[in-house]
Every structure is written in C-alpha cells, then in structure tokens.
Design a protein around this ligand. Sequence first.
Ligand SMILES: [Zn+2]
Length: 255
Amino acid sequence: MRLHIMLAGLLAVSGHAAAQGHAGPQGSAPAAHGPTWSYDGPSGPDYWSRIDAAYATCSTGQQESPIDLAGAISADLGVLDLQWRTLSARVFDTGHAIQVEATPGSNLTMGGRGYALLQFHVHQPSEHLLNGHRYPLEIHFVHTAPDGTLAVVGVFAEPGAANPVLQSVLESVQAAPDAARPTLDMTALLPQGREFFRYEGSLTTPPCSETVDWAILAEPITASDTQIEAFARLHPGNTRPLQPLNRRFLLRSAP
Ligand SMILES: [Zn+2]
C-alpha cells in the first residue's frame, strides 16, 4: 500500500516535470502562472477550463482568440503607430514559447490610446489564419495601457529570407537560456505595409481573458526554413485552435 502511494507520488512528480519540459535549465518558466497546461493531451486546449476555475473563460468565453481573419469589413482605423526602440532584451523560454522581455520605451498608439510594449513571443505555426491560410510562424507583441487593457500586435512570418532579429533570439536562447540579452533592432520584425486587421478578443493561453485589442498586420515578414524549423523544435504546435467569431466585427484598415 505504502509503495503504491510512493509510486503514485513519483509518477505525479515526473508527469509534472514532463509537462513543463520546455522550461530552461533552472526549471524556471510556467512559474507563478497557476496550474500546468499544455497544447495537447489531457492538459490541452479542450481541457484548459477544467484545470482551474480561473480558466473557465477558455470554454465559456464568447470573444475568444485566435480566429480566421476572413470576411473583414473595411474601415477607417487610423494609423497603427508603432514606435519600437532597439531593445537590449532578456530572451527566455516560458515553457510554452520563446519570449523576449522588452526594456521600457517602446510604444504603440492605436485608436487614440497609448500602450507600452511589454514582451513578444513566437507561435509555431500561426494561431490566426488569414483567409484560411496558416503561416509557419506568428509573433505576438504584447502591449499594455495604463488601465490594464492589452493590445497585441500580430505579425506573420512566411518562408523566405532569414530574419536577423529572430536569428539573434534563437542563438541567444540556445546559447544561454534565461540569461541572454541580445541587442534587437525591432524594425526588422515589421513588414513594409501597415494594413492591419482589428478585433476584440482574448489571450490565446489560460486564463483566456477577453481583454485584448488585437491588431494583426496583413503583410507577413519572412523567416528562413532553418529558423522556422528551430522554433518548431523548441515549441512544436504552441497554437490554440481557432475560436468562433460569434457576434463580433472583424475590421480591416482601408489601404
Ligand atoms: Zn501569443
């Protein structure tokens, strides 16, 4: 009997460790963000709301993300004014994605409201679709307003020329996880075109809070096949399934 309990305990511990397997060598990461969730199996997206009562919105929410960016209504959305500075940023593995913590001073103005850049992270493949097309990578630039509202700018990457910033991020996280602070020229993560899609949505990870003003650029940047494969090795399929649009409008900035 006692042996059974011990074995069960050991299995529970090793299962927990496996679920957090992508954490850095210090076992950092999901840290302080509640119970463990993942992208597949019994802790995957279908079960997020059952893992913790605080994650209920993942099932009950009506304004969830990601969505397929299709059937957008053209509208005058003003300019997506991105004032990002070169960052000397901490690159680390959250256990769910490779993330870069922004140093202060990079800002976004959208719809007359100002936001500050907090961090960016990479999904492989993309979470949003563009008219049914899924890109190999999607980068989320998370901004926050003084009142706590979030604005997330999404940028797709398609196969092509290598991206210098993604290269620095990959080299940093592989060489010195949690310790690297490469200098990143953020403009290299933006396409030339500034047309964008706009809708009200949610975090795409638990607790799936519906507090996000999404702005997703229509034009992708490029990443090399090698870079895409590297992200795929680090966090394969860190992508929440598509959510229904329900009674929301999807807007597209007039060209
Ligand atoms: Zn994200």
